[in-house]
Design a binder for this molecule. Structure first.
Ligand code: URA
Length: 450
């Protein structure tokens, strides 16, 4: 029947606000994948969806066709003795949680096949952080990836070309046609990739605040509701947590520097930044509860904390690094492999007061300026530069106190950060009200699939 469809007619239909049927969406996704839809048609289609929106049925169908545009992982022949569960974040500044979370959930009996992305725009990417580890192979083939997940309980790798290829082309087009900020397209984009890895349950961390891509709270709510509904309709129980991204998560931004923070976290969880610890444990608790590994959230929190404090999560992290080609003594001697920068200098406050605002987005952009982040996906990045010891909201600082530690290649980079960074931190003589870290939770109605 597909030969009866014409791309321009389906674009016209969507442009005029008429719903597309399942076969019509399937035809468009086929054209995106095999290249028969031109770039111009794809851009026009994305804009028609952006402007006119999609019904829930259309979103579910678009997600399913995009998921099936490439390989999907099947776990049946692996005879796993626990659920396959994952977390995805919409991206933030200093968001390094995946590196600790996957080993924690694996320690508690879950299997976590985590396919992560590179940073784009002001947000950092898990994959870039992992690639700062010498030897780490982030692109093993699917069979190696699946056997590692079975053997260790988790593996974090990059997206392969075989997974949801329709999304790769559509996303690249959206990026250059001002059609990224569409709830319909974001839902299908995220879920097509996540659901292709054969999950039993999914937890979404939807960030909101000045460092988030959904800076507007209403947009974060709409996205959470949309993702919970579509994944539920696709048979995967999902919880979406809306979480605060109005400041850097943890104390560091960069790549190698964030890996060092993760290693410290895994080795000494009780010394970790309290927001980083709270969110990691909360996301883990939702993953355990949703996938049936804990009867309730409180039990799940205790299990997650035990996995950290017993050192089990650290040991699984170490195994994952070694199995993927990284150094076997990374946990013991991180400084040997994640080499300190030649210039490490405190940045000092120009005045005194409580930290009342932190412009996380601008901090992320400053990392792009230093080449720790990229403006287009083909850019090479510098894994070494960044900031550590970044202050938190509500903290008191006196004039001259350090507000961060700059890790730079040279004096020019340091001069830039010393001028720029203090202007991104606002002080107030009144102690500010601190926002809730977890603002709201949206759940799908679906029970764990049998
Ligand atoms: N992340 C994705 O993978 N896709 C989007 O559309 C937006 C964020």
């Amino acid at each position: 029947m597909s030969e009866l469809f014409l791309p321009q007619e389906l674009i016209r239909k969507k442009r005029d606000g008429i719903s597309l049927s399942d076969p019509e969406i399937g035809y468009m996704v086929q054209g995106i994948t095999d290249g028969s839809l031109t770039d111009a048609q794809l851009g026009a289609f994305a804009m028609a969806v952006f402007k006119c929106g999609m019904t829930m049925d259309e979103r579910v169908n678009l997600t399913r066709h995009m998921m099936n545009s490439g390989e999907t992982l099947n776990w049946d022949q692996h005879n796993l003795d626990g659920p396959v569960v994952d977390k995805h974040s919409t991206g933030g500044v200093g968001d390094k949680i995946s590196l600790m979370l996957a080993p924690i959930v694996a320690s508690c009996g879950g299997y976590v096949p985590m396919i992560s992305g590179r940073g784009l725009g002001h947000t950092g990417g898990t994959l870039d952080k992992l690639e700062s580890i010498p030897g780490y192979d982030a692109t093993p083939d699917n069979s190696v990836f699946q056997s590692l997940v079975k053997k260790i309980g988790c593996a974090i790798i990059g997206q392969t070309a075989s997974l949801a290829p329709a999304d790769q082309r559509l996303y690249a087009t959206r990026d250059v046609t001002a059609t990224v900020e569409s709830i319909d397209l974001i839902t299908a984009s995220i879920l097509s990739k996540k659901l292709a890895s054969g999950l039993d349950a999914l937890v979404m961390d939807i960030k909101t605040g000045n460092g988030a891509f959904a800076s507007d709270y209403k947009m974060a709510q709409e996205l959470a509701q949309s993702i919970a509904n579509v994944s539920s309709n696709s048979g995967v129980p999902t919880s979406c947590l809306i979480t605060d991204m109005d400041q850097v998560l943890g104390h560091s931004v960069g790549n190698a520097i964030e890996v060092v923070e993760c290693i410290d976290f895994l080795k000494n969880p009780n010394n970790a930044d309290h927001r980083l610890l709270e969110l990691t444990i909360e996301l883990s608790a939702y993953m355990l509860q949703l996938s049936g590994l804990a009867s309730d959230l409180q039990t799940a929190r205790i299990k997650s904390m035990n996995a950290l404090e017993s050192g089990k999560a650290a040991s699984i992290f170490g195994k994952m690094i070694t199995e993927l080609g990284g150094p076997s003594d990374l946990l013991e001697r991180p400084e040997k492999h994640l080499k300190p920068m030649p210039v490490i200098t405190p940045i000092r406050s120009n005045s005194s007061g409580y930290i009342s605002e932190i412009d996380a987005r601008a901090i992320g952009l400053s990392m792009i300026h230093l080449k720790a982040g990229r403006t287009k996906s083909s850019d090479a990045i510098d894994h070494g530069v960044g900031l550590s010891n970044i202050v938190s909201k509500g903290q008191w600082v006196s004039k001259g106190d350090p507000i961060a530690m700059a890790h730079c290649r040279d004096q020019k980079q340091l001069d830039y950060l010393q001028l720029e960074f203090p202007s991104l931190i606002k002080l107030d003589e009144k102690e500010p009200q601190l926002p809730n870290l977890i603002k709201e939770v949206f759940k799908s109605n679906q029970d764990l699939k049998s």
